[in-house]
Design a protein around this ligand. Structure first.
Ligand code: ZN
Length: 136
């Protein structure tokens, strides 16, 4: 991974096989970013995405690979931990897309990631969904 800090924005380039969520967490710890927003484009050789079933209150997971057409999310604190919450739309060779919550995503050619620091975002348990949602 390469990264560079430009004012309040960190630009990252991931190499083949590097994992998106772990890489964002690593850079945030190194650069002392406790919350912010994330966007990325590129390509992945393997991604595990998920769909949250609000009735069963659990994630249904599936795998895909291809072009990361759009990827966005945020970073927030949860009980002293860092939570990277990212969603993506990934297209295959005929343009068919799958999308969802990103559990993991391994770069293939590259992933180009922008992290913009936004101070003070935290998450708290939402009793209705059972999820840790932004607490504003
Ligand atoms: Zn999500």
């Amino acid at each position: 991974m390469q990264y560079s800090k430009k004012e309040h924005i960190i630009v990252m380039r991931l190499f083949k096989g590097e994992e998106l969520i772990e890489s964002i967490e690593d850079v945030c710890v190194k650069e002392k970013v406790s919350s912010g927003k994330v966007q990325a484009i590129g390509a992945v050789q393997r991604a595990v995405l998920g769909y949250f079933d609000t009735e069963e209150k659990k994630y249904l997971k599936f795998e895909c690979k291809g072009e990361v057409i759009s990827c966005m999310g945020n970073i927030a604190g949860k009980n002293g931990d860092l939570v990277v919450h990212v969603h993506a739309v990934i297209g295959d060779r005929d343009g068919t897309c799958k999308g969802g919550h990103v559990f993991s995503a391994e770069a293939s050619a590259t992933l180009e990631v922008f992290i913009e620091s936004v101070s003070g975002l935290t998450r708290a348990l939402d009793d209705d969904t059972g999820l840790f949602l932004l607490d504003l």
